[in-house]
Design a binder for this molecule. Structure first.
Ligand SMILES: Nc1ncnc2c1ncn2[C@@H]1O[C@H](COP(=O)(O)OP(=O)(O)OP(=O)(O)O)[C@@H](O)[C@H]1O
Length: 296
């Protein structure tokens, strides 16, 4: 069998971890009987997408996002267009999609998953035409990601610190939400549209979400008094939000969200401004991705 051409696209800032030694580590552990490896470091926002597009149009079979959900987002959109295969080495702050797929956080173990090259096909989705793979949404978390944008250093502690600072002044708004034709009006602290259940770092906003069911989970985190934050955190860590009076979950394929004020939205954790009207659609079984050979 001829060897697969594999490109590792490394985001040097994701997760706030130093990645200069990553190519050497990959070189030491990648199965050279299967793969011809190449490496590229990103230099700016959007660079991973440019590199991935060029590679997917050329002779690369497998393109690996070395980073978090934002890096996966840039790379996966291009991989999907050319029907190539995505790999993931998790190096983000949250690593939502990688955690959901049970891709190991340990780099050598994650390289071994790539070595086995078991390919699964998963659902993806679009938020006003922009693809997402793990989660997109609006409200407090999107606001935080927009305030955090431009930070040269990433990492969980920075997000948490900023979140605690902003929480007291944030004002939730009312959203008009349509899910497969049914209408809901909700005042919400956060609205997440989830492909996977993973909010990142093993917090689950929608415990029964599946990346192969052809459905998205609209998770409405209701307005709540701040003293209830530990309750919400507990429910998310213990996979209990689906029986919660703090979160309402509605499954569907075609979603429309309308709001009065144009706040930031986030797509796989990265901030955007897309106007007041958001159309969300699922693209069933549309991305080839390397997953562990145990059940994801
Ligand atoms: N050299 C660079 N300088 C600044 N930003 C970059 C650079 N390379 C990539 N980026 C941007 O970094 C952003 C964040 O990356 P990523 O999502 O992988 O990390 P993270 O936010 O720490 O992880 P997670 O999303 O899993 O929490 C991406 O939107 C990407 O466009």
């Amino acid at each position: 069998m001829s060897k697969l051409n594999i490109l590792f696209i490394i985001n040097p800032i994701s997760g706030g971890k130093n990645k200069l030694k990553i190519p050497a580590l990959i070189d030491a552990h990648l199965d050279r009987t299967k793969f011809n490896p190449n490496f590229a470091f990103t230099e700016y926002v959007g660079h991973a997408a440019e590199i991935a597009e060029e590679a997917a149009n050329k002779n690369f079979d497998v393109i690996v996002a070395v980073g978090g959900d934002g890096t996966i987002n840039e790379v996966a959109a291009k991989v999907m267009q050319q029907n190539k295969i995505l790999g993931v080495l998790p190096f983000g702050s949250g690593n939502g999609l990688a955690r959901f797929l049970k891709i190991p956080m340990n780099t050598v173990k994650a390289i071994n998953v790539i070595n086995k090259c078991k390919v699964s096909v998963i659902d993806t989705a679009t938020f006003n035409e922009k693809c997402f793979f793990n989660m997109a949404g609006m409200g407090f978390d999107a606001h935080i990601s927009s305030v955090f944008a431009g930070n040269k250093s990433r990492g969980l502690s920075g997000y948490v610190k900023l979140g605690l600072q902003e929480m007291f002044s944030y004002k939730p708004q009312t959203y008009q939400i349509t899910v497969d034709g049914k209408e809901y009006s909700r005042k919400a602290f956060v609205i997440s549209v989830a492909n996977s259940s993973q909010y990142g770092n093993n917090a689950h906003i929608s415990p029964k979400a599946s990346v192969t069911d052809g459905l998205l989970d609209v998770c409405i985190v209701k307005e709540f008094p701040l003293y209830k934050i530990p309750v919400l955190a507990y429910q998310m860590l213990r996979l209990k939000t689906d029986n919660s009076n703090m979160v309402e979950i509605i499954k569907g394929k075609n979603i429309h969200i309308s709001r009065i004020k144009e706040d930031a939205i986030h797509i796989d954790g990265e901030p955007y401004f897309m106007g007041k009207e958001i159309a969300v659609t699922v693209n069933p079984l549309s991305l080839n991705i390397i997953t562990p050979d145990y059940e994801a």
